[in-house]
Design a protein around this ligand. Sequence first.
Ligand code: NDP
Ligand code: 8X3
Length: 256
Amino acid sequence: MQKTVLITGATSGIGEATAVKFAESSDRLIITGRRKERLDELADHLRKTYGTEVLTLCFDVRNRHEVEEHLGALAEEWKKIDILINNAGLAVGLSHIDEGDTDDWDRMIDTNVKGLLYITRIVVPLMVARGTGHIFNIASIAGKEVYENGAVYCASKHAVDALSKAMRIDLLKHGIKVTNIAPGMVETEFSEVRFKGDTERAATVYAGLRPLTGDDIAGVIHYCASLPDHVCINDVLITPKAQANATITFRKTGQP
Ligand code: NDP
Ligand code: 8X3
């Protein structure tokens, strides 16, 4: 059955790959992000390649008024959202807690936690009214473990992990499923953003091993979404074969 899927942060990486995956199965898509050109390009591609019905919404998830303006004013035919994928997020900087940049901290907490909450607050009542829905929160292995220099990003993803568990309790009686997705290393624009455009440094993150791709994560999300209605995958921790946990990897160079 055709579903309506809302994906935040669909202009690159996991979100973009997930949009393609659902388009392949003929679903309707609402895709969001701040980069309008990228959104429009993706929408064109999906329409031309798969005949997808797509709505693009360009806004910053950190801005509550923008979120309300765009999602609070959905046309009737777009209000029946079956699947919400809370994906928009980022890490900015890597530093010890005594040296961190507080602007970086604001960006991570405002995007990963508050942005996810603003979206959820508008979309979930629409699901509650229909007594059905499936929410995917893209958390991280950083929501299961902590690592040196990653305190605030890890804290923000631990918050997402907690929200997934709490949403599942609150929404149980409304027939809404909540799946927490916790990836390890996925090669996207993530590290470029974390290192503020330093592509050389970003490349070192994945050197000597084969990381996951956005498509790998999209496949897992699509699988979880395609299970029978009574089956809910609660939580998925996914790493590349070469990654044992948040800090231990096996690289061809033999270095951790
Ligand atoms: P990308 O940088 O490739 O994609 C991030 C997406 O989030 C972009 O589409 C970006 O769109 C959007 N986004 C960021 N900030 C905002 C904002 N303020 N408002 C609206 N959209 C925003 O990274 P990934 O695909 O890797 O990241 C997706 C999610 O996966 C994130 O939540 C990340 O924390 C998580 N994750 C990533 C892992 C990895 O190793 N890559 C591992 C575990 C989790 P735009 O810039 O156009 O607004
Ligand atoms: C992204 C993965 O290990 O850099 O969430 O935190 S990690």
